[in-house]
Design a protein around this ligand. Structure first.
Ligand SMILES: Cc1cc2nc3c(=O)[nH]c(=O)nc-3n(C[C@H](O)[C@H](O)[C@H](O)COP(=O)(O)O)c2cc1C
Length: 363
């Protein structure tokens, strides 16, 4: 039986365990220039020290108009690339692998980082683009992308992946979830195109597949490529888990090594977000034959262990619980009785803190 503490090999990369920090937007590039700073070094650095096997960055824009908010991180120029380098190096010094989530925000770009809704152009916002001129409720109408726009966005993903490699990242994750551009193409609710990028399943998945193929020409063959997808829109119509399975099968043949399975975000829907509510979506996706990460209200070590014990899941993402507790993986080891010398404690901590006692009932 696979445990949270087992290694996972993806191409030439070995993750030291199955605990993943999922992408979490920080909106902390204060110059509105997409350049990460000491906030990001400390935020990601703490979680790398905290024992995560894989630290994934926030949605990082491949172009200025691909940011979600004016304060999002970017990797569309060399200054941004170089600013990521210390973050990557520090994660590596802690023994964590680090991946960058590459994103284009599509019709959900130009958002405010403080409230729901858009930022006006006068206040640093921009005209958004999308597969079709259909607005996300509460947002301005996007402009339908031309074939030249599609070509440019593909080139932007490729340049971003090349810079991610130059910055030393171990993993690229393409963000095709939560109603951002790549998911907008997947869903028949946001994609009403009549050219080769709209219509049936093959047309709607074309952009993502082409981006995987083109990214693979610059992203080294020994490094894993991940795709995050919304497995369902939680409606009877739109993108469904059956389509996600079919997509995962296709992605397997286009250089993708693992699926990061989430849900929703493209249209408003009622989601019954109970603890672990997305685990079944990841298990269904895994049937396509690729390893999967599951995320969503997994908060306690016992709950994470149970999900692993029940099988069909390769990695567990700990998001908000790791905002409260950056050292979640080390704490999980402690709670689940893993000897400290088998956990990736930073050197100074292990020197002073051990031998340790067992956790008490009240802890
Ligand atoms: C503050 C915050 C920012 C997020 N930003 C992103 C993001 O940039 N990209 C993404 O794919 N998901 C994002 N998510 C979703 C998380 O990756 C994760 O799937 C979600 O929080 C559910 O996991 P949790 O219950 O463990 O937090 C974000 C979530 C939070 C709380």
């Amino acid at each position: 039986m696979t445990t949270l503490f087992d290694e996972l090999k993806l191409r030439d990369l070995t993750l030291r365990n199955r605990m993943v920090l999922p992408p979490m937007a920080q909106y902390m590039c204060r110059g509105q220039d997409g350049v990460v700073n000491t906030w990001h070094l400390v935020h990601y650095g703490a979680r790398a020290q905290g024992g995560f096997g894989l630290v994934l960055t926030e949605a990082t824009a491949v172009a200025p108009e691909g940011r979600i908010t004016p304060y999002c991180a970017g990797i569309w120029n060399d200054t941004q690339r170089d600013a990521w380098k210390p973050v990557v190096e520090f994660a590596h010094e802690q023994g964590a692998a680090i991946g960058i989530q590459l994103n284009h925000s599509g019709r959900k770009g130009s958002s405010s980082h403080l409230k729901n809704g858009a930022v006006d152009v006068a206040d640093g916002g921009w005209q958004t683009i999308a597969p079709s001129a259909i607005a996300y409720p509460g947002y301005p109408e996007p402009v339908e992308m031309t074939l030249d726009d599609i070509k440019r966005v593909k080139a932007d993903f490729v340049s971003a992946a090349r810079r991610a490699d130059e910055a030393g990242f171990d993993v690229v994750e393409l963000h095709a979830a939560h109603g951002y551009l790549l998911f907008e193409f997947l869903s028949p609710l946001s994609n009403k195109r009549t050219d080769e990028y709209g219509g049936g399943f093959d047309e709607r998945t074309r952009l993502l597949i082409e981006i995987c193929d083109e990214v693979r020409t610059v992203w080294p063959a020994n490094k894993p490529l991940l795709v995050r997808v919304s497995a369902t829109e939680w409606l009877d119509v739109g993108w469904t888990v059956g389509r996600t399975q079919k997509l995962a099968k296709l992605l397997k043949d286009h250089g993708v090594d693992m699926m990061d399975v989430s849900s929703g975000g493209n249209v408003p829907a009622n989601i019954d977000a109970q603890p672990g509510y997305q685990v079944w979506l990841a298990r269904k996706t895994a049937k396509a034959g690729l390893p999967v990460i599951t995320a969503g209200l997994i908060t306690s070590p016992k709950q994470a262990k149970r999900i692993m014990d029940e099988g069909g899941i390769d990695c567990i993402a700990i998001g908000r619980a790791a905002l409260r507790r950056p050292f979640w993986p080390l704490w999980a080891g402690y709670k689940l009785g893993v000897p400290a010398d088998q956990m990736p404690y930073p050197e100074p901590y292990i020197r002073g803190a051990f031998p340790e006692r067992k956790p008490s009932k009240s802890e």
